[in-house]
Design a protein around this ligand. Sequence first.
Ligand SMILES: Nc1ncnc2c1ncn2[C@@H]1O[C@H](COP(=O)(O)OP(=O)(O)OP(=O)(O)O)[C@@H](O)[C@H]1O
Length: 270
Amino acid sequence: MPEDKSLKSNENAPDDDLVVSVRGLRNQFGSLVVHDGLDLDLRRGEILGVVGGSGTGKSVLLHSIIGLHKPNAGKIKVFGRDQAGLSRQEMKEARGEWGVLFQEGALFSSLTVAQNVQVPLREYFDLSPRLMKEIAAYKIAMVGLAAHAGPKYPSEISGGMKRRAGLARALALDPDLVFLDEPTAGLDPIGAAAFDEMILSLRDTLGLTVFLVTHDLDTLFTSCDRIAVLAEKKVIVTGTVDELLAYDHPWVKDYFHGPRSRAAQKARGR
Ligand SMILES: Nc1ncnc2c1ncn2[C@@H]1O[C@H](COP(=O)(O)OP(=O)(O)OP(=O)(O)O)[C@@H](O)[C@H]1O
């Protein structure tokens, strides 16, 4: 069985290039060990897809990195800063440096789309109402939503629009780093493809670094520079699509050579 391993093309990233580094992560709930000795690197400017079977701990990993879950052991650095032992104020400052799109957008249902986008602005800045409205309108346009989406409530918009609104909120503070948790889950194929294109385009125009948890093979083939595979309580391999297609591990083989993967590859003329 292959051990925790980074493929050749991923070795030797200089420390300055590491936006997130996770070393020796352990997460345990009672007798359930979810992660044990997990290492992961996210490099500046890349879109890293994180995949793995259900229950392998993708969400727990994401929550550990963004400080929503305290790991049992291990070191997590974001922008070179060790996340353990940060004071409340330092954690708040750290949180201002990244944006998170939670599953299905996770919008506040009692706030309009524009008000949702203003939430981080209110938390971090003392801006005039007019300026906040202008910034929210700009972010809403940036994610491809029409201006008339701003005054709508989450219950009045589609699933795809909710994801975009959630992304607008994640981008409110102009972060360099975004975490996306299953951004295309439940979207129709056209909506999902449009979302994938938007992520690529925002990465290129804004220079974002993206940590993307997904089950969506189309997203992996279209958008991700590298893919990290969670299995056996750790990241068993990180590599490009082509490297993973050639990788010898039962789960990786089933996933990347199954019928859905073949269809996704065929659609891209592979
Ligand atoms: N707060 C918690 N208390 C107890 N167990 C938990 C808790 N959070 C997660 N778990 C368990 O940890 C394991 C990993 O959960 P996680 O949600 O990270 O999996 P996942 O890889 O994201 O799964 P999926 O692809 O189905 O969303 C699961 O067995 C889950 O039940």
